[in-house]
Design a protein around this ligand. Sequence first.
Ligand code: CDP
Ligand code: CDP
Length: 251
Amino acid sequence: HTRIFRVAIDGPAASGKSTTAKLLAEKLGFGYIDSGAMYRAITFKCLRMGISPADPKNATEIGKLAAATTITFPNMTSVILDKKEDISSEIRSSTITSNIGGVAANKKVREALAEMQRGLARGDYPETFEGRKGVTHHGKSIMGMVMDGRDIGTVILPDAELKVFLIADSQIRAQRRYDEMVKRNKLESGETVEKIKAELEQRDHEDRTREVSPLKQASDAVELDTSYLTIQQQVDAIEKLILDRMDHFQE
Ligand code: CDP
Ligand code: CDP
């Protein structure tokens, strides 16, 4: 393998991780890995099999299920379950979001997904980098990948070439999610900004306080508050950090 420049983007829900990561990957010709989609995929599989993620009695079974699952990202938007099923849109439902906590807190699930995520970042699944060209930096061609999540900089890729921790005011994050639902015509009846804000804060609390791999800023991560930034400003700021670090990147 040639060495891959790894960018880890972590932060609370709706801080702008996936939007920023995808645009960066597009701009730089890097691979993009949405680790949250992998927790969503396991939750999807559990629910379809009638296994409740919230019931502690199911923890062992869910851990085994995760270890026997493959999740791949053949292009910037698709999430493929077990090499055959495109579940990209199914995993975004509110049912999945409200059931994900039990899956994300499961130690065996995290171990299985961690191994897959490190493999994805190393290039073990070639579809991640299909058609990606990387950047030419000072005459050198460099391939990279952006992975977003909660524990990428702390646990999954502790030696990532760049770690970014995105934060934003929770009122602003809730408003963004609300606007996104309106735009996609996905606003469910009774949904309000306040309700979304409460749900985001509850999930952040669960993510920050769980025992295994909690949401936490790595000591060497660059913090970026996106509350009053445009998406373009977020992308530009991180792109600059990437290009600066590439000066010292040995392939
Ligand atoms: O987009 P949003 O922030 O709402 O969610 P996501 O990134 O798809 O992640 C959904 C959930 O998966 C999070 O609330 C976490 O509980 C879990 N997750 C995690 O535990 N570790 C990761 N690296 C990524 C997601
Ligand atoms: O991946 P994560 O849950 O951290 O957030 P996201 O889904 O990338 O972003 C949440 C919403 O905020 C999306 O609709 C973005 O378009 C929007 N947004 C943003 O990310 N940054 C801004 N400066 C303004 C809006």
